[in-house]
Design a protein around this ligand. Structure first.
Ligand code: CQM
Length: 280
């Protein structure tokens, strides 16, 4: 890890116009799974900043997995299989359509661990999004890298969902939804659309549903289930992958916690994601 410590604190700054068109396309992609966006609304819904400040890596600088090759903004961690591990957000303000905003991203932490699935390397990137000098979103994005797939290895052990269910809804993200979400976030990661790659090279049984898409489905479900209530903070942790075409249960759990806990579960009670929502 010591070689990579040179990346700690590395920072980049990007500006973007907060225009309606990507939000219109995301609203169409989610359909009745969102009630957050209306064409006459003045502000961008929380989390929808994922549609802006996108990475425009030139073709020559793309790595095998379809992301920007490591060693630029992110450290050159040799573990090859990248996944979205989790995120923590606060929404101190709202981004307004029709004006420029700025995102400052910093490599905040690096950690090597050994998990049930083998060696893991975590990189956390902190983003701060502001408009007119006023902070609107803080985000900590955890990226995890896993070792190469071992031929014949058994499926990774998965956590089971155990919290009691208060309410739930089922969705089934399909190839079209995955393709549109990749396009909207300009995410070239091949695990979401290249079946021979994700099965043959990364060793997963099918196309993987994006972590941010599942997080957004949970977030939108949480807001809808509370009559569109405003959200002050949100966090999520991806527990196991969801494969395209598999039904996904969006669950509001009945727990003792002050902030409600939402879970994404596979049909067989495998835990896919846990999320906590703090309503304003
Ligand atoms: C991450 C995996 C491999 C670890 O699986 P594991 O079973 O090996 O880990 P573990 O044994 O449960 O835990 C080992 C250590 O890692 C930590 N840990 C464990 N999990 C997490 C987590 N999520 N976030 C933060 N920390 C985590 C855990 O707390 C522990 O730390 P400790 O030793 O200090 O106690 C496993 O949980 C997993 O496969 N999760 C699902 C990942 C996923 O499907 N992500 C979404 C799809 S990929 C994607 O969207 C991509 C995208 C958008 O294109 C893009 O590139 O950004």
């Amino acid at each position: 890890m010591s070689d990579w410590n040179a990346w700690l604190g590395r920072s980049e700054r990007r500006g973007d116009d907060i225009v309606h068109s990507p939000a219109v396309r995301l609203a169409a992609t989610l359909g009745d799974l969102t009630t957050s966006y209306h064409p006459d609304t003045a502000t961008l819904p929380p989390l929808w900043h994922w549609l802006y400040f996108l990475d425009a890596t030139p073709r020559a600088d793309i790595g095998l997995d379809g992301h920007a090759a490591k060693g630029g903004f992110l450290p050159p961690i040799p573990l090859p299989r990248r996944m979205y591990a989790g995120g923590r957000f606060t929404f101190p303000g709202r981004l307004t359509f029709g004006a420029v905003a700025e995102r400052v991203s910093t490599v905040a932490s690096l950690a090597e661990k050994t998990g049930r699935t083998g060696p893991l390397a975590f990189v956390t990137v902190r983003h701060e999004v502001s408009q007119g000098g006023v902070l609107a979103v803080t985000e900590e994005h955890d990226i995890v890298y896993r070792e190469a797939a071992q031929p014949g290895a058994p499926p990774a052990p998965a956590s089971r969902a155990e919290r009691p269910v208060e309410a739930e809804e089922t969705v089934a993200p399909d190839e079209v939804m995955l393709f549109r979400f990749s396009a909207l976030t300009f995410n070239g990661h091949r695990i979401h659309y290249d079946h021979p790659y994700v099965t043959g090279v990364e060793g997963y049984p099918g196309l993987i549903v994006h972590g941010p898409l599942i997080a957004m489905l949970l977030f939108e479900y949480a807001r809808r289930s509370q009559g569109g209530r405003d959200v002050a903070a949100f966090s999520f942790r991806a527990a196991s992958p969801l494969f395209c075409g598999t039904p996904l249960r969006l669950v509001r759990t009945a727990g003792p916690e002050a902030a409600p806990v939402f879970e994404a579960r596979a049909e067989d009670e495998r835990l896919v994601m846990t999320a906590t929502v703090t309503f304003a």
